[in-house]
Each structure stands twice: as structure tokens, then as C-alpha cells.
Design a protein around this ligand. Structure first.
Ligand code: FAD
Length: 507
């Protein structure tokens, strides 16, 4: 059904005891969130067999349900698939694109291509684990091999347990346990060439999938800002090591400077693997000891990503339900007007608005600002963290189920090792501390561009003459705060304290 014509002749296969010793039957490599050629154990193993390799990507939104790829991720995916296809073509191969039910498509393709086996990188999302199990069964019935490989994480979630054999719930001991393990093995080189099958299966045109926006074209700034694909990821890593790594520990909290790696979308789509990053950073700090502190701090962040996956793996309901069940009783509010103001970056808190507009514009937001914007939503406004999580899911190019869910729960206070419930970020002080000159706000909230630094994070406190001089009319050119900070904080503490009490009572 998928082949242009008849299956390839089995010319090179050597028969022995009725079994192929050197079969010419192709291996399908099923790509998912591993859109790279280097350090790709499944692809490496397939290439090493010397048999033809058929790389395939399947668009299947059904299993993920509400967590099907969001708009920004779809834009990224289209560009990443294009890049992967280009990289494969340089090695005499290509990427086959198909749409439909993952298991049915792979089983059909395996039969039609007379494939020996399907190789793939394992996933950790609950729905993809279900698909993997179904695929295993389907391929077995079709008498086709099935091999699952690692590659997305430094440490598999089953491999780190506490002294009682349980999964970790706190980051620091989890991190220590990971560090006690042997250092990650070296990253694999990309295969120099890939044997093509005698005939390629049919592929669908990428454009027919409608992954990219046209009218309106909201991806203009994203296009200028990012280079999806494996070489874009490598360039980003090299640039960060050269310019950002040494100062990372000090600058990672400053949204006004380019102080972090911005590797997150590349990691989310697997255009680069954590093992490649780990080794490159270790090598770089070995060469220049001045980079050591930055390297330690950066690698610690990579382990936060590992921790998120650990949590999602052991607690599959993490994206939907609070990790600490007592938080389900929190008296959340449904306020569509407040939600829209937050989504559009019109809350009247300049740091928050800058973050949400940065997100809308380039599909990415600085981590410090993610924390402050998330806190305003689920603490000051008492809007469920899941609502914010869904918005981020749709708008982030680095949307990652594990990181997004674990981070939202961290901010809401309901997660593992979360910020204590009484920590309510003060969006004004956070602005003054982490964007002291106001340059981040000026970049993303142009209506405040002329405000002097001392007033830019609380324009409502500025003297009338300063506002006039800056061309700001509160409530007209820029909104007043959606809720006074002290009022929001008080409400949040009351609501959260009630939950804590209820949780204690019910134990
Ligand atoms: P760097 O500082 O350069 O860090 C390097 C890498 O380490 C990142 O690319 C990321 O993979 C990992 N990392 C860094 N910080 C964290 C963290 N706090 N938790 C887990 N991993 C981390 N990250 C996502 O990748 N996808 C998401 O959907 C996502 N949603 C978030 C939602 C909220 C509410 C918050 C507070 C954070 C979220 N994060 C998410 C974590 C973090 O904000 C981003 O990973 C980071 O900002 C990416 O920028 P960077 O690559 O420059 O990070």
C-alpha cells in the first residue's frame, strides 16, 4: 500500500538454517521527539546492521488527546522535519512522512516494505507508552522485530530510586543519586551513510499537513529568531559554550541579557541529546577552568529536566492532577476576562506582560519570567495552574509535557519539591531585581519604552509628570494592575492556607 512498486529483491541475503544471516530486509526507524542523526542509538543500531534503513515520521494527534502538539510546536515540527529530511538526504536517505494511527501505519508499512524490524527511541509520556506497548504487540503479530532504545535522557527513570526502592520526590537527593552513577557514555557520531532501500515507500507532502500558519502568519518573529533542526541546535550549543557558559551561574536569572542557552526547543524535539550537551559542557569546562562554575550550574538545570521526566514517568497524571492531592480542593476561580488579560500580556504588571508578549512573539520565555507569570496566574488570580499549563503548551516552541507539568506544579505549590505555598512572587520586586534597568520590559512592552528605570516596574507609582514625559496614560495606553499585589497575595494565602488545613485534617 505504501510502496511505489514491488518489494526489493533479496539479492544479498545469505540463508542459513532457514534464517537470514545478512538480510536485506529494511529496518524502519520511527522518529518522534528525536529529530537528529547524531547520538541517536536507534538509528545508529539500524545503520550498523548494514541493511537498508527507512526513516519514518508519523503525524498522529489522537493518542495525546489534549496534549496533541500546540500551535508553536507545530511550526517548529514542520521546520525540524524539513531539516531532518535534508540531513538524511546528504547521507543518501530521506524521511518518509505519513499520517494516521501510529501502530496501524507502522505495521502496514513494515508489512509492505517487508521490514525486518522497527527501531525507535522510547518516550515517557503516558500516552506514548501505551502506543509503544500496542506497537510491540502489533509487530509481534506481524512477525516483525521491535527494538526500543534510550537517548532522550541521561538517566532512565527506572534506574534511580531512593534507599527504600521508591522514586524520588525531592530534587536534591535525586540529583545526588544521578551524580553517583557512572558518567554518561560518549555521544554517538551520526552515521556516515545510510543504505537506501531498493524502492522508497510513498511519502506525504509536508505542506499538506498544515503545520505552519499562513493567515495570519504569527510565526514571523519565530522564523527570525530560531533555526530549528540539528545544525541549528549545534550552533546554539557552540555559541552558548563560547559566550554564555562561563557567566551562566550569575546571568541565568536575568531576562534582559542573553544569558541562557535557549536549547530548550532543540531538546524538546530531540534535535540534540542531553548526552551531547553534557559532554560538550564538560569538555569546555575542562579546557577553561573559568567555566567550571557556570558548567556545574548549567548541568544542574539539565538534571531538573531529568527530574521532571522522573516525576512524569512515576506519576503519569502529573499534567492534569496535583502531585499533592490536597491541592485539588483549592478554591480556584474561573475568570475569562482575567485569563485573557494574562494571555495577552495586559495585566498591568510590566515584567509579567513583557514575558507573556515574549512568549506570544517568539514562542519562548525566560525561566525567571515563566515563574513570575505563572505565579501571578495561579496565586494572585487563583486561576487553575492547568489553564496556564495549557496556554504554555500551545504557545511555547519548547512545550515539553514533563517540564511544563512539573514546573507549573512547582509554581502552584502542588508539585514534588515545589515552591512553598506561601511563596507568592512579587512581580514588582522581581522586575526591579532581575531587570534593574527595565530593558527587558522596554523590549517587549513598547508603550513603556520611555519610562525611566526607577518607575518602569510600577508605573502606577510614578509622578504624573514622569508618566506624561514617557507618553504613558494609565488605563489608556497601558493598563493599571489587574489586582493590587497585596490584595492578590492576601487572597492567595487565604485560599492556600485553607487547603493546607483541609489536607492536614483529612490525614
Ligand atoms: P537553560 O537555562 O539554558 O537550561 C538548559 C536546559 O535545562 C533547558 O533547555 C531545559 O531543558 C533544562 N532546564 C532549565 N531549567 C529547567 C527547569 N526549571 N525545569 C526543567 N528543565 C529545565 N521547559 C521546557 O523545556 N518546556 C516547557 O514546556 C517548560 N515549561 C515551563 C513552565 C513554567 C511555568 C516554568 C516556570 C518553567 C518551564 N520550563 C519548561 C523550564 C524552563 O523555564 C525552561 O526549560 C528554560 O527556560 C529553557 O530555556 P533555556 O534552554 O535557555 O534554559
Amino acid at each position: 500500500m505504501y510502496l511505489n512498486s514491488a518489494p526489493p529483491p533479496q539479492k544479498n541475503s545469505i540463508q542459513y538454517d532457514g534464517r537470514d544471516l545478512m538480510s536485506n530486509r529494511p529496518i524502519l526507524v520511527w522518529f518522534r521527539r528525536d529529530l537528529r542523526l547524531a547520538d541517536h542509538p536507534a538509528l545508529d543500531a539500524a545503520a550498523a546492521t548494514g541493511t537498508p534503513v527507512i526513516p519514518v515520521y508519523i503525524l498522529d494527534d489522537a493518542p495525546a488527546g489534549a496534549w496533541a502538539l500546540g500551535g508553536a510546536s507545530r511550526w517548529w515540527l514542520a521546520n525540524s522535519l524539513r531539516a531532518l529530511d535534508g540531513d538524511l538526504r546528504e547521507r543518501g536517505s530521506r524521511l518518509i512522512l505519513l499520517k494516521g494511527d501510529n501502530v496501524a501505519v507502522l505495521c502496514d508499512l513494515a508489512r509492505a516494505a517487508n521490514a525486518e524490524a522497527v527501531y525507535f527511541t522510547r518516550g515517557y509520556e503516558p500516552f506514548i507508552r501505551t502506543v509503544e506497548m500496542a506497537l510491540h504487540v502489533g509487530l509481534k503479530e506481524a512477525d516483525v522485530g521491535c527494538r526500543r532504545f534510550g537517548g532522550h535522557l541521561l538517566v532512565e527513570p527506572e534506574a534511580v530510586v531512593n534507599k527504600s526502592g521508591e522514586p524520588f520526590k525531592v530534587f536534591t537527593p535525586f540529583h545526588k543519586a544521578c551524580q553517583a552513577k557512572p558518567t554518561p557514555s560518549s555521544a554517538l557520531a551520526p552515521p556516515a551513510e545510510l543504505t537506501a532501500p531498493a524502492r522508497w515507500p510513498k511519502t506525504e507532502p509536508l505542506a499538506s499537513w498544515g503545520l505552519e500558519p499562513s493567515k495570519p502568519d504569527w510565526a514571523k518573529e519565530m522564523r527570525q529568531f530560531w533555526t530549528p533542526g540539528e545544525s541549528g541546535a549545534q550552533q546554539r550549543l557552540d555559541a552558548f559554550i563560547g559566550k554564555g557558559l562561563a557567566a551562566y551561574a550569575g546571568s541565568r536569572n536575568s531576562p534582559d541579557i542573553d544569558g541562557t542557552s535557549r536549547l530548550s526547543p532543540h531538546l524538546a524535539f530531540g534535535e540534540i541529546g542531553p548526552r551531547q550537551i553534557w559532554h560538550a559542557v564538560e569538555r569546555a569546562s575542562g579546557e577553561h577552568p573559568a567555566r567550571q562554575r557556570g558548567a556545574d550550574s548549567f548541568i544542574r538545570e539539565l538534571y531538573w529536566r531529568e527530574f521532571s521526566y522522573h516525576l512524569l514517568f512515576h506519576c503519569p497524571h502529573l499534567p492534569e492532577k496535583p502531585f499533592r492531592p490536597e491541592f485539588a480542593a483549592l478554591p480556584w476561580k474561573q475568570d475569562s476576562q482575567a485569563l485573557a488579560a494574562w494571555q495577552q500580556g495586559k495585566t498591568g504588571y510590566p515584567l509579567v506582560d513583557a514575558g507573556l508578549r515574549q512568549l506570544w512573539s517568539i514562542g519562548w520565555m525566560h525561566n525567571r519570567v515563566r515563574m513570575v507569570t505563572a505565579s501571578l496566574l495561579c496565586k494572585h488570580l487563583l486561576i487553575p495552574w492547568q489553564t496556564g499549563e495549557e496556554w504554555f503548551w500551545d504557545t511555547l516552541v519548547d512545550a515539553d509535557l514533563a517540564n511544563n507539568a512539573a514546573s507549573w506544579q512547582w509554581v502552584a505549590g502542588s508539585g514534588a519539591d515545589a515552591a512553598p505555598y506561601f511563596r507568592v512572587f512579587n512581580p514588582i520586586l522581581q522586575g526591579k531585581k532581575f531587570d534593574p534597568k527595565g530593558n527587558y520590559v522596554r523590549r517587549w512592552v513598547p508603550e513603556l519604552a520611555e519610562m525611566p528605570a526607577e518607575h518602569i516596574h510600577a508605573p502606577w507609582d510614578a509622578p504624573e509628570a514622569v508618566l506624561r514625559e514617557a507618553g504613558v496614560t494609565l488605563g489608556v495606553t497601558y493598563p493599571r494592575p489587574i489586582i493590587a499585589h497585596e490584595e492578590g497575595r492576601r487572597q492567595a494565602l487565604e485560599a492556600y492556607a485553607a487547603v493546607k488545613t483541609a489536607g492536614r485534617d483529612s490525614v
